[in-house]
Design a protein around this ligand. Structure first.
Ligand code: IVH
Length: 672
């Protein structure tokens, strides 16, 4: 079929051209053709491929956007654990680290590679036969999530690498690249602006935005966000491939990966220190966020000698920059009311430019924090902004002598929104408004109810909920189910399509299981996990509503405090009425009653090291299914530490605290 062969040739030649220009544009930042010319090439390729669908391959540049929403992410075990880094915060700590490197290697002169510490998320890319096979998140370091479809949309990630290129660089066709996935600051800002206009909650910092984006189920959305990827590690069969780290980086660049240009091979700690200082000043000029510098021993033979501690290599260290700070005047302290009625004092600041952003307010968390800082209205304060959107007050400047005119902040006695008397429960830090009908609480309650982990009503975010509550269209969560299209169309910036989408989302939420509805009620102390236990134990909303304090306490992890909170909720007639209306609206009030195994009830487990038979998640699920709890750190309260191969500091700690250590077989036995 000569026509097909011709088309095949044409298609391959177009793909090569497009890959070449993508590399110039997305990796090297130096395009040679105009966007229009590039689009023209893409269009030709798309046309040819649609005429010859049999010739479409997954590594074609047209296949970056998949678009099909998926069920969820598959767990994948890493070829070798993805570790983190130990941190240092000053020159002395850095020199201490160098001393240890000298001692452990027996050398007094060691070469280092300095790199920027990019503030995104680490991501492993597995290539098989020169083609991108999988993109996997770090996860718990041992097992991550397969996010390949989304990773394919990142333009600086090559979908395939020509054999000749690999050969030239001396790299086999099966290899793995690790690096940092990040969102440039400009995209981050656009994304948050867009979220404001859609009424969605903001991402606190670019790192969260990156993680949120790559875990999007719809890859089309990921594609819009313009993520970027910088590689910093090359592995073959789970091991570092070249004899020097600097060579790995150069080779990665040769085969078409983006490697950060601000890297430097140096021969002494003085040079490392210069590099750190140089970039501290220049970091504001970068189009993305960095939070420090990573220093790595260059020679792999020395890296091997140095090895690892529990979770981090001894051959690398992070130097963390201090948070960016500015000094300004605290003009006032206002109080915000959250969903649970909690009052949060917020500092109103004289506008101050910190790291390119004008900061006008900062959180003060609670009364204890105000006392700890000793801050008064009128004080000059040091404000810090990490990568986060919400800055914080680090300290009072010259706190010995408050400038003339400062005044003490006093928590109001009544709610600033509804005027009800404020209470502070004995022994608790927070002050709260207990009026169930407080409009401020209402707004937050609705936002909680509609959020992704609860009733997942996409589009019902900040801006929309503010309008709905202010106009009295929604006075409680049940009102959401009464909204009509006309109600929605009467709001600002609401078109027919958006209104319909919201109604569809509201309708779809009725399919969600009982535990979501219980969680959505916003009962104090009832989080997602408790809601799940309650749904499984009682099997219906009616049974939960009727339950006595004793019955409630028979539920896994429900103690007197939670039981009382639930009983109190249902003792209020308005709440019972609300629940009744939710039932009438058609929300799930029946669930699957599940007898929970109580073998491990009240027992806390910690998992450490690499387990052989199960993934971490499987082991965790088995323990939780038996009524146990899995915690991340070892303490006196830990009942068992399950240790796999290469267990590190957690195992040491367990031994110190005389906590029982078991292996997987013993865990199996305990589970029967
Ligand atoms: S090397 C075993 N290099 O920092 C080596 N990490 O705090 C571990 N990171 O999880 C990673 N820039 O996500 C390395 N140039 C860089 C990095 C970098 C950012 C991140 C990475 C890691 C975290 C540890």
């Amino acid at each position: 079929m000569p026509a097909l062969r011709d088309a095949g040739r044409k298609i391959e030649s177009l793909r090569d051209k497009i890959r070449h220009h993508e590399h110039l544009y997305y990796v090297l930042d130096s395009p040679e053709i105009s966007d229009a010319e590039f689009d023209g090439l893409m269009r030709q390729l798309k046309e040819l491929e649609s005429e010859h669908p049999a010739l479409v391959t997954p590594d074609s540049p047209t296949q970056r956007v998949g678009g099909k929403p998926r069920e969820g992410f598959v767990k994948v075990r890493h070829s070798t654990p993805m570790l983190s880094l130990d941190n240092t915060y000053n020159e002395e700590e850095l020199r201490d680290w160098e001393r240890r490197v000298h001692e452990l290697t027996g050398r007094s002169e060691v070469d280092y590679v300095c790199e920027l510490k990019l503030d995104g998320m680490s991501l492993a890319l597995v290539y098989e036969n020169g083609r991108l096979a999988r993109g996997v998140t770090r996860g718990d370091g041992t097992v991550g999530e397969d996010v390949t479809l989304n990773v394919r949309t990142v333009r600086s990630v090559p979908l395939s690498i020509a054999k000749e290129r690999l050969k030239k660089a001396g790299i086999p066709a099966d290899f793995e690249v690790r690096g940092e996935l990040l969102i440039p600051l400009s995209s981050f800002r656009n994304m948050n602006q867009e979220r404001v206009s859609k009424g969605l909650s903001l991402f606190a910092n670019p790192r969260n935005a990156t993680a949120g984006t790559v875990r999007q189920l719809e890859s089309r959305v990921t594609a819009e966000r313009r993520l970027d990827y910088f590689s910093y590690m090359l592995l073959v069969n789970g091991r570092t491939f070249f004899d020097r780290h600097a060579k790995s980086l150069d080779a990665l660049e040769t085969i078409g990966f983006k490697v950060n240009q601000a890297r430097k091979l140096v021969h002494s700690m003085d040079e490392v220190w210069n590099f750190i200082q140089e970039w501290e000043g220049k970091r504001e000029s970068l189009p993305y966020e960095i939070d420090g510098i990573v220093v790595k021993v260059d020679r792999i033979a020395l890296q091997d000698e140095l090895g690892f501690t529990g979770k981090a290599p001894r051959w690398a260290i992070a130097y963390k920059y201090a948070a960016r700070a500015g000094i300004t005047k605290l003009e006032d302290i206002r109080v915000q009311v959250g969903r649970t009625g909690k009052l949060t004092p917020v500092a109103m600041l004289a506008p101050v430019l910190i790291g390119g952003t004008t900061v006008r307010n900062a959180t003060l968390h609670n009364m204890d924090e105000i006392e700890r800082l000793g801050v008064k209205i009128g004080d000059w304060v040091q404000v810090e902004r990490g990568g986060d959107v919400i800055p914080k007050i680090a300290k009072v400047i010259d706190d010995q002598e408050h400038p003339h005119g400062t005044r003490e902040f006093v928590m109001p006695e009544t709610c600033p929104v509804c005027g009800t008397k404020i209470v502070r429960t004995e022994g608790e830090v927070d002050y709260r408004c207990v009026n169930a009908n407080c409009p401020a609480k209402l707004r937050e309650t609705i936002l909680h109810f509609a959020s992704r982990g609860v009733m997942n009503i996409d589009g019902m975010g900040d801006a929309l909920v503010t309008q709905l509550t202010e106009r009295g269209l929604v006075k409680n969560v049940a009102d959401i189910y009464k909204l009509t299209k006309d109600d929605l169309l009467s709001l600002e910036r609401m078109g027919d399509k958006s209104a319909q989408n919201i109604l569809d989302e509201v309708e779809a939420s009725k399919q969600l299981p009982l535990e979501r509805v219980i969680y959505g009620l916003g009962i104090r102390f009832v989080g997602a996990r408790t809601a799940q236990f309650l749904a499984e134990h009682f099997g219906s909303m009616e049974a939960l509503e009727r339950a006595s304090l004793e019955e409630l306490q028979n539920v896994n992890e429900v103690g007197p405090r939670i039981a009382e909170s639930i009983a109190e909720f249902f003792s209020i007639a308005a709440n019972r009425k609300l629940v009744e209306r939710l039932g009438a609206a058609g929300l799930a009030f029946k669930g699957q009653k599940k007898e929970r195994d109580t073998k491990f009830a009240g027992k806390t487990f910690v998992l450490t090291g690499t387990l052989a038979k199960y993934t971490r998640d499987q082991a965790k699920k088995m323990i939780e299914d038996a009524g146990g709890r899995v915690s991340g750190s070892v303490s006196k309260k830990t009942d068992y530490v399950v240790a796999g191969a290469d267990a590190g500091s957690k195992l040491d700690k367990a031994k110190d605290l005389a906590v029982t250590v078991i292996d997987e077989d013993e865990l199996d036995k305990l589970l029967g």
